[in-house]
Design a protein around this ligand. Structure first.
Ligand code: NAD
Length: 281
């Protein structure tokens, strides 16, 4: 049975620790903020540690969920390598390339990316991505562990910016903002087209299954007609950048694209849990 050390107990690390704890695994948690480590360890049924070395001692898998800064992650991984010569080192990075992380390592073959989605203990998907030197067996081991913990693991053959899900999401968001900037629809109307149309369908069938169900002759015509008309922005559109620059950051500041309640993030997580529970029945 694997022994897991989770390094970084913020939004993602705390949820990741719960995934492993609920599966009955021995979970150790370290965070530079001792109270964050203690809270996450308690909710995972694990133990909090006061140093990286203590947390990873005897661990077979180390999962780092520290802030998304290359130098910080490299330094942290160097401490792990010095303290534990065996464990597979998994990073929850969203955007740092595996080869950039591996470049600073003594043994780059120990690195794998395990990309969870927020809230980590609720959304089933975890993308598992090899670094340039990661053996296939390590990807398979990570996939097996995640599936034993009830997650849906999708291994990629090689690294790519944004992995699968964030690339798909970015393509949709680019078009969503393009439609609003054209004046075709409001943000509320675009969201409704997703939540009342595409979203329910996507909970059951991904794009390739939807194309198969619709007919590939139809989708060839759709692609020929629509692709030339789609937005092709190569940087953040003005409607996004301007809000961010004036501090309208969405749920965390109370103003974004849509009016929202103060507890929007917590309410969203609760509704998502209810939806996934209904889907698995
Ligand atoms: N938030 C998301 O939606 C999301 C989704 C997928 C992946 N990620 C990735 O997960 C990682 C963590 O993101 P987050 O949103 O949980 O950030 P966060 O800021 O909520 O948590 C980071 C935690 O790391 C701690 N920390 C800082 N320096 C540390 C160190 N040297 N050693 C150990 N802990 C340290 C912080 O105290 C904090 O508790 C990032 O790589 C991020 O890109 C985030």
């Amino acid at each position: 049975m694997e022994t897991i050390a989770v390094l970084g107990a913020g939004i993602m690390g705390a949820g990741i620790a719960r995934v492993f704890g609920r599966a009955g695994l021995d979970v150790r948690v370290f965070d530079v903020r001792a109270e964050a480590a203690a809270t996450a360890a308690e909710s995972a049924g694990g133990s909090a540690h006061s140093s990286v070395a203590a947390a990873v001692d005897g661990a077979t898998i180390v999962l780092e969920a520290a802030p998304e800064r290359l130098e910080l992650k490299r330094d942290l991984i160097a401490v792990v390598e010095a303290a534990n010569a065996e464990a597979l080192i998994a990073s929850n990075t969203s955007s740092i390339a595996a080869d950039a992380l591996a470049a600073g390592m003594r043994e780059p073959e120990r690195l794998v990316i395990a990309h969870f989605f927020n809230p980590a203990d609720t959304v089933p998907l975890v993308e598992v991505v090899p670094g340039p030197a990661t053996p296939r067996a390590s990807v398979d081991r990570m996939v097996a562990l995640l599936e034993a913990c009830g997650k849906t693991a999708v291994p990629l053959a090689q690294q790519v910016e944004g992995f699968i899900a964030n690339r798909l999401q970015a393509a949709l968001y680019r078009e969503a903002m393009h439609l609003v900037e054209l004046g075709v629809a409001t943000p509320e109307q675009v969201d409704l087209a997703v939540t009342a149309g595409l979203g329910p369908r996507w909970a059951l069938a991904g794009p390739f299954e939807v194309m198969d169900l619709g007919g590939l002759d139809v989708w060839t015509s759709v692609a020929d007609h629509l692709f030339p008309t789609l937005g092709d922005a190569s940087a953040a559109p003005a409607m996004l950048r301007e809000r961010a620059e004036r501090g309208d950051l969405g749920a965390k500041t109370g103003a974004g694209f849509l009016p929202r309640e103060a507890d929007a993030s917590a309410r969203f997580a609760a509704r998502l849990r209810a939806l996934l529970a209904a889907r698995s029945r």
